[in-house]
Design a binder for this molecule. Structure first.
Ligand SMILES: Nc1ncnc2c1ncn2[C@@H]1O[C@H](COP(=O)(O)OP(=O)(O)OP(=O)(O)O)[C@@H](O)[C@H]1O
Length: 293
């Protein structure tokens, strides 16, 4: 079924700056206009978002974000709390309808052709509820079958994924009884089962122990080395600097900078550049009452 295109969700004034704004740093090389047809060669951009905008009541959460994520890149999205990362990624992956703008996954419009687009991507959303009355094994199996995979192929991949994420011992435990980190890992397994071309992972390392985080990094690095594309949002600058080839800095619903990690950090550490761009800094005054006991 073809979904309607992105009309504004309300009749109120559109958000400001629904047009893509120019980033302050060069973006990753933009591919030529991606074809709308699937089939044939995959376009250069694994994800191309143009002028995405979303408001919640009076709050403009995303204010005209445009990004090109090159195929084969490990792309970090960083920004302060409330910057609009989750809202942007939700619109780009078909979870939240944009007020304005488009999102193309390897040239396929996510909102016009959702079934095709969703075959191409695996998504680890932030805060979306899982079917947590299934066991971990059942949940990952269900995710594979839901995507039309052959039952035998699913059956062979599930134990491999559970082993890679150190979840074999809890394969038969209900997801509702999983810890936060285990839940993150089983959701990641569910996103990987169909070997998508693009992985969009919202804070994949949050709550995950260091050994599991290293395993996940290894899995993702192997996946990118074989031609897949990963987009991660994270607050851990050091991790993004080490792991990612590209990064976008988002604040106030806008892109402040985007490009290769080296371009964006421009000789500083990514954390230093982030603090310069986003502003703020340490507040040392106030809270005297906390130092008076
Ligand atoms: N469903 C909603 N209703 C109202 N406001 C929302 C909703 N979702 C997000 N917002 C607001 O939109 C802004 C962007 O939120 P978003 O979750 O996209 O930020 P984020 O960059 O992912 O933040 P964090 O790093 O804290 O996870 C915030 O001001 C948030 O309060």
């Amino acid at each position: 079924m073809t979904e309607p295109r992105h009309e504004p969700t309300s009749t109120s004034e559109p958000p400001q700056a629904a047009e893509p704004q120019a980033p302050t740093l060069p973006q990753a090389a933009a591919p030529p206009s991606p074809p709308e047809a699937s089939g044939g060669a995959m376009p250069l951009a694994a994800l191309s978002i143009r002028g995405l905008a979303k408001r919640f009541g009076e709050k403009i959460a995303v204010d005209g974000v445009s990004l090109e994520v090159p195929a084969g890149s490990f792309y970090g999205m960083v920004g302060p709390n409330g910057a609009g990362k989750t809202t942007t990624l939700s619109m780009a992956t078909g979870l939240l309808r944009p007020d304005f703008g488009t999102a193309l996954i390897h040239g396929v419009d996510v909102w016009a052709r959702p079934l095709e687009a969703k075959k191409l991507m695996g998504v680890l959303p932030d805060g979306v509820r899982l079917f947590d009355r299934l066991t971990g094994e059942q949940l990952v199996t269900y995710s594979g079958l839901l995507r039309g995979m052959d039952r035998e192929v699913v059956g062979s991949r599930v134990p491999e994924l559970l082993a890679a994420l150190d979840l074999q011992a809890d394969a038969g435990t209900l997801v509702v009884d999983y810890s936060a980190g285990m839940t993150k890992k089983i959701a990641l397994a569910s996103a990987l089962i169909h070997a998508p071309r693009l992985l969009v992972l919202d804070e994949p390392f949050e709550s995950v122990d260091p050994v599991s985080a290293a395993n996940i990094r290894g899995i993702l690095e192997g996946y990118v080395a074989s031609g897949g594309t990963v987009i991660v949002s994270s607050h851990v600058m050091d991790l993004v600097q080490r792991m990612c080839s590209h990064v976008a800095v988002v604040a106030g619903g806008r892109v402040l900078a985007a490009g290769s990690v080296d371009e964006v950090r421009d000789g500083s550490t990514l954390e230093e550049r982030f603090v310069q761009m986003v502003g703020g800094g340490h507040r040392t005054e106030g809270l005297e009452w906390l130092r008076t006991f």
